[in-house]
Design a protein around this ligand. Structure first.
Ligand code: HEC
Ligand code: HEC
Length: 456
C-alpha cells in the first residue's frame, strides 16, 4: 500500500482529518460522572494494557485516513472505500479479540460483538429487564423492548451514552451498578465476565480520538430518533453543552441529520468553525469524513444561553453504513465567558427570545416542572448546566428563557422537554416519570398550555 505517499501528498485541508482517528481515552473520567451524582465511584484500573501494542497506530491511522480522505475527494462519494483498502494495519489485536481481524462491516451481516451480545442477552434481560426494559421500573430503558425488538436491545445498548467506550472497563454499564446506590444492585458473577468480554470486543471498534489535533467528540452509534451528544469529553468547561439532532436512515447508505442544534450553557458561550461528521463502519476504527464536507464554511458564535442551528441545521451523509458510529470534529471549538465580552450574534432560532407569556409560564409550567428540579435545580451539575432550572422562583424570566430553548413552538409534541422524558420514548435521559404515563401526560398538557400562550 502506498498509503504513506498519499499521506504526504495530501494537502492541508485533509491534514487535520488525519488526526480524527487518534483520540478518546480520558472520556472515562468525565463520562463516569456524567449523571453528576456518582462522584464517589472509583473506576476500575484502565485496560489500556491490552492496547499497548498499537502504539504506532497514530501514524498508520494518519496515512490510512488520508488515503480514505483523498479517495473520498477523488470519487466525491466515500461509500465503500475504506473496507479492506489497506486498513489491516489498523486492526487492534487484543488478546481476546484476534478474531476481529476482518474489521469493517463487509465481513458479515452480524459482527462478532453482536453475536456475543445475542448469546448473553437472555441472561441480561432476566437480570436487568424488569427495570431496564422500555417502560421498566428504572427510567433508563437501555434494553429497548427485548421481545418485539422495537427498539432492538443491541441497537439501544450500543447507542446508549457511555456504554461502548474505548476503555471498556470504564463503561457506565459496569461502573454504575458497581456503585452502592444502584437501584438494582451489583451485576451477578454469572453475567459479569460475559458482559465484560462483550464490552471489550465492542471497544476494539472504538477509535481513540484523545490525541486528535482538533476538538473531536468520540464516535458513538446514533440513536434513530432524538440524540443529545454532550461535549463533556472535550473538557470541564464544556460540561452540559451538547449537539442535538434527529437521525434517520434514508437508505442503506444515507443518514439524514435534522434539526442539528448546538447548545452552549446559560453561563458560557461557544465559538465554532468547520464541524465535520465522520462515519465509522461497523467494527471499524477508520473514520470516513462526510464525503462532501458539507459544513466546511460553517463558523459561528453562540452567546451564553442562546443555542442555534449548526449551519443549515440539516445534513445528509452519503457514506452511511448500517450499524456505523458517528464522530464529530471541529476545526475550532472554544467557550467564552459571556460577561467578559464575546457575545456576538446569537444566530439562535426564532424561538429563543425572552418569554412572551411569563404569566402562563408561572401558572402552568413552573408547577409541572417540579419533579425536574431534583436534578436541574442545582443538585446535578451536568443536568443544571444543560437546562438550568435553579432560578425558577428567584429569576423566573431567566429560567423561562432556558426552558424556551427546549421547546418547539411550531410543533409542541416535538419539544425536547417531552421527547426526553416520555416513558415510552427511547431517549437516554435519566428521568421519565418513573414510567408513569399519566404523570407524563399531565406534564405535557400543563406545559403545552404555556407553549400555546407563547405561540399566540
Ligand atoms: C430493581 C430494579 C433494577 C434492576 C433489576 C437493575 N437496575 Fe439498573 N438501575 C435501576 C435504577 C432505579 C436506576 C436509576 C438510578 C439508580 O438507582 O442507580 C438504574 C440505573 C442503571 C444504570 C445507569 C444508566 C444511565 O444511563 O444512567 C446502569 C448502567 C444500570 N442501571 C445497569 C444495570 C444492570 C447491568 C442491571 C442488571 C445486571 C441492572 N441495572 C438491574 C434499577 C435497576
Ligand atoms: C435524575 C436526574 C434528572 C431529572 C429528575 C431530570 N433530568 Fe433532565 N437531564 C438530566 C441530565 C443528567 C441531563 C444531561 C444529559 C445527560 O447526561 O443525559 C439532562 C438533560 C435534559 C435535557 C436536555 C436534552 C437531553 O436529553 O440531554 C432536557 C430537555 C431535560 N433534561 C428535561 C428534563 C425535564 C423536563 C425534567 C422533568 C420532567 C427532567 N429533565 C428531569 C437529569 C435529570
Amino acid at each position: 500500500m502506498s498509503g504513506s505517499n498519499v499521506g504526504r501528498n495530501a494537502t492541508a485541508p485533509w491534514f487535520f482529518l488525519c488526526f480524527l482517528a487518534i483520540c478518546w481515552e480520558d472520556s472515562r473520567l468525565m463520562t463516569s460522572q456524567r449523571r453528576g451524582t456518582h462522584g464517589a465511584i472509583r473506576l476500575a484500573p484502565p485496560a489500556e494494557n491490552t492496547l499497548v501494542q498499537t502504539s504506532p497506530k497514530p501514524f498508520r491511522a494518519t496515512f490510512a485516513l488520508a488515503l480514505v480522505a483523498v479517495a473520498a475527494l477523488a470519487s466525491g462519494f466515500g461509500g465503500g472505500c475504506d473496507d479492506g483498502s489497506g486498513t489491516s494495519g489498523l486492526t487492534l489485536t487484543t488478546s481476546s479479540s484476534s478474531s476481529t481481524g476482518a474489521s469493517g462491516g463487509a465481513a458479515g451481516a452480524l459482527g462478532l460483538g453482536e453475536e456475543m451480545f445475542s448469546a448473553l442477552k437472555p441472561d441480561l434481560v432476566k437480570e436487568c429487564g424488569t427495570c431496564h426494559e422500555l417502560g421498566g421500573l428504572a427510567d433508563t430503558p437501555f434494553l429497548g423492548d427485548p421481545d418485539s425488538s422495537e427498539p432492538d436491545a443491541y441497537d439501544v445498548m450500543t447507542s446508549w451514552p457511555d456504554f461502548i467506550v474505548k476503555d471498556w472497563a470504564a463503561s457506565l454499564l459496569l461502573t454504575w451498578p458497581d456503585s452502592t446506590s444502584h437501584g438494582g444492585g451489583q451485576i451477578p458473577d454469572s453475567l459479569r465476565p460475559r458482559l465484560e468480554a462483550w464490552l471489550e470486543q465492542e471497544a476494539t471498534a472504538v477509535d481513540d480520538v484523545t490525541t486528535a489535533a482538533v476538538p473531536t467528540i468520540p464516535p458513538k452509534k446514533p440513536i434513530m430518533g432524538f440524540n443529545a451528544v454532550y461535549l463533556d469529553p472535550l473538557g470541564a468547561e464544556f460540561t452540559g453543552m451538547a449537539v442535538t439532532f434527529y437521525a434517520e436512515e434514508l437508505t442503506a447508505n444515507s443518514l439524514a441529520l435534522t434539526e442539528i442544534q448546538l447548545y452552549p450553557t446559560p453561563k458560557l458561550g461557544l465559538k465554532y468553525e468547520h464541524p465535520l461528521f465522520v462515519i465509522y463502519g461497523l467494527g471499524s476504527v477508520d473514520g470516513e469524513p462526510d464525503p462532501i464536507d458539507s459544513f466546511s464554511n460553517v463558523t459561528g458564535e453562540l452567546a451564553a444561553g442562546k443555542p442555534g442551528p449548526l449551519g443549515p441545521g440539516t445534513l445528509i451523509l452519503g457514506n452511511w453504513k448500517k450499524g456505523a458510529k458517528l464522530g464529530l470534529a471541529f476545526d475550532v471549538l472554544t467557550t467564552f465567558d459571556a460577561a467578559a465580552g464575546g457575545g456576538g450574534e446569537g444566530g439562535g432560532p426564532a424561538d429563543t427570545g425572552p418569554c412572551k407569556a411569563l404569566a402562563s409560564f408561572i401558572a402552568d409550567a413552573v408547577p409541572a416542572l417540579n419533579p425536574c428540579r431534583n436534578c436541574h435545580g442545582g443538585n446535578n451539575g451536568t443536568a443544571t448546566n444543560a437546562v438550568d432550572m435553579s432560578d425558577l422562583d428567584s429569576d423566573t424570566s431567566a429560567a423561562c428563557g432556558q426552558i424556551l430553548n427546549r421547546i418547539s413552538i411550531k410543533d409542541p409534541p416535538k419539544s425536547q422537554l417531552f421527547i426526553t422524558t416520555n416513558p415510552q420514548g427511547g431517549a437516554s435521559h435519566p428521568f421519565k416519570f418513573g414510567g408513569n404515563a399519566t404523570n407524563f401526560n399531565n406534564f405535557v398538557s400543563a406545559v403545552s398550555k404555556w407553549i400555546q400562550s407563547e405561540a399566540n
